[in-house]
Design a binder for this molecule. Sequence first.
Ligand SMILES: Nc1ncnc2c1ncn2[C@@H]1O[C@H](COP(=O)(O)OP(=O)(O)O)[C@@H](O)[C@H]1O
Ligand SMILES: [Mg+2]
Length: 320
Amino acid sequence: MTILQVRNLSIDYLAADGAVLHAVDDVGFDLEQGRSLGLVGESGCGKTTTMLGLLRLLPAEGRIISGEVRYQDTDLLRVSEREMRKYRWSKISLVFQGAMNALNPVRKVGDQIAEVILLHKTVTDKGEANERVGELLELVGITSEMARQYPHQYSGGMRQRAMIAMALACSPDILIADEPTTALDVMIQAQILDLLQNLQKELELSIVMVTHNLGVVAEICDDVLVMYGGKTAEYASVDVIYNEPLHPYTQRLLQAFPDVDSPASSLASIPGHPPPLDALPPGCRFEPRCHCREGICAVENPPLVMVKPGHYVACHMVGD
Ligand SMILES: Nc1ncnc2c1ncn2[C@@H]1O[C@H](COP(=O)(O)OP(=O)(O)O)[C@@H](O)[C@H]1O
Ligand SMILES: [Mg+2]
C-alpha cells in the first residue's frame, strides 16, 4: 500500500536580491508502507527543500509552486495550517538535518523530548510524559536515566538517537531522516542505520532517508530517487539502481561513493558544478558534466520516462 504519494512538487526560493531559485522541479515518488525510500544527490540538489516542502515547513522565502502530497486520502498541500498540524509529528515526523547539534544546551534532553509529547499528545500529565520519554529513550538504545542529562553529556551518536526518539514521540507512520549519519564517524553511522532498520521493523515505520551517500542507501533502502539540480534523474528499486543504473549521473555517483567496508578508499568526485538554480540551462541540467552527452542534451530537457516497470530515467541517451 502506498502511504505517501508525492506528485509534481515544485518549489522556488525568492532570494534577497530578487532572484528566483528553482530549487525543486516536478519531483514525485511513492512511499510504500513499511518500506524505505532513499532520496540521494549532491549537496544543494534540493533534498531538504523537498522534505520541508511536503511538510509545509519551508522558510518564509520558500514557495510551493505546484504539486500534490497525498497522505492516505488527503492532499496535505490543500488542507488548512491548523489541519496540517495534526499530520506533523503524529503521522509524518522529520529528523531535521543537523538537529542533533541544535538541542538546547541548557535544558535536559528528557525535558526537550517531553515538551514535544506535551505539545502534541493528549498526555497532559508531566509524570506520564516523563514515563514516555523513558520508553522512547530505551527504544533508541539509551538508558532512561540519561533523560536527566544535558546535551553536552551525550556523545554525537547518542544525540542523534535522542533526535530519533523525539521524532517518534507521537508514534508517526512515516519517519523522514535528513542526513542522519552525516556528521558521525563511520562506526556510529552504522549503529544509527541499524537502529533505524530495527525501528522500522518493530514499529512498522515507513522511512524516507535523505542522504548524499549511496553507501547509506544500500544499507537500508528499498527504493531510491536520485535527484540532480532539483529534478529527478532516476528512480527505481535499490537493486536496479545498483545493478543497472541508466542515468549517467547515477553511474558517476556509484563510482564516487567510497567502499562502505574500507572508508579510507578515495572518493572520486564528479568534475564540474551543479547548475545555477536562478539561471537553469534549457537542456538537461547534468549536460555540462555528462560523459554521455550529445547535441540534443544542451537544447532539450529530457522528460522522466519509464524504461521498465518501476524504473524511471530522465536522459536523452536512454531508452531509444
Ligand atoms: N532559505 C533559502 N533561500 C534561498 N535558497 C535556498 C534556501 N534554502 C536552500 N536554498 C537553495 O536551494 C537549493 C537546494 O537546497 P537544499 O534543499 O538544502 O539541498 P540539499 O538538501 O539537497 O543539500 C540550494 O541551491 C540552496 O542553496
Ligand atoms: Mg539537505
